[in-house]
Design a protein around this ligand. Structure first.
Ligand SMILES: [Zn+2]
Length: 287
């Protein structure tokens, strides 16, 4: 599987957190994960569709925030000077590197049980390998965007290769969504692998009407930790920050295991989940 293995961030910012370390998962584990998903996905999907939202007693999604590239081309304080206009105790939940069975399914079920909508930045290779999970993410109302084809460091490859990575990731998702390999994204949002952008690729994305998402805080879930450790880490950081775009990886077992408790924490501590969507269909932006 592809995974974030390094981040570039502005360490002078008070809320910049940590650097990443690599993680490699072997073919045996991948095969195990595939088999497990084949066995449990139908049951999870049935649970997720058990009751309509909104539902009393759940965290819920408090509002939709439309993000317009003309006014917010780049957001996320860990990479950029600007971020989304969130009020105190408002959070945007984002998940990178999926879809990846069975952890993506567990995260989706946790979100559905609390009637919460999130944003997914999907890796093209994983999209092509697991289109059914992509369709489930969409069916459950989440925003789906892209994160390149195979998750390279775009700072370390030629600009033309970087464009190919971006476009191939978009076309893989569009193929699953609409059956055509368009490089015009239905949802014009993009996140760089490891936040490793270049001025040229940032300019290109802005010229194409695509919003670049960084994050305001993250769970550092690329590191090995228990769900309990991750819960303490992210809730401590959220308490300090008060709000923000939160980055998780739905490919991580500890993140999937922690998600129900994290959503309960948000509910019990009066946080509100904001769902981001594009300000207008990408087709009308043109490029
Ligand atoms: Zn990533």
């Amino acid at each position: 599987m592809r995974s974030c293995n390094s981040f570039r961030t502005n360490q002078s910012r008070p809320r910049a957190m940590a650097r990443l370390s690599g993680l490699v998962i072997g073919p045996a584990l991948i095969a195990t994960a595939l088999m497990a998903t084949a066995l449990i996905s139908p049951a999870l999907a049935a649970t997720a569709h058990a009751a309509p939202c909104p539902r009393p007693g759940t965290l819920g999604t408090s509002r939709v925030l439309e993000v317009d590239v003309s006014t917010m081309p780049r957001v996320g304080l860990q990479s950029f000077p600007e971020t989304l206009p969130l009020a105190d105790h408002e959070v945007v939940l984002t998940f990178d590197d999926g879809p990846w069975p069975p952890t993506t399914s567990r995260v989706l079920t946790a979100l559905a049980q609390e009637c919460v909508r999130a944003t997914y930045f999907l890796i093209g290779e994983h999209v092509s390998e697991h289109p059914d999970i992509v369709r489930r993410i969409v069916a459950e109302g989440h925003t789906v965007a892209t994160h390149t084809w195979s998750h390279p460091n775009l700072m370390q490859i030629e600009h033309e290769q970087a464009i190919e990575q971006i476009d191939h990731g978009i076309s893989a998702l569009e193929t699953v969504l609409h059956g055509t390999a368009s490089t015009t994204p239905t949802t014009p949002f993009f996140r760089f692998p490891g936040f490793q952008s270049t001025p040229e690729t940032l300019d290109l994305l802005q010229s194409r009407g695509i919003v670049v998402f960084g994050s305001d805080l993250w769970a550092s879930d690329w590191n090995k930790m228990t769900p309990k450790q991750e819960l303490k880490l992210i809730t401590d950081r959220l308490e300090a920050a008060g709000k923000g775009i939160i980055l998780f990886h739905d490919t991580k077992t500890h993140t999937a295991a922690m998600m129900p408790a994290f959503l309960r924490y948000l509910r019990d501590n009066d946080y509100h989940v904001v769902h981001v969507k594009p300000a207008e269909p990408a087709a009308s932006l043109g490029h």
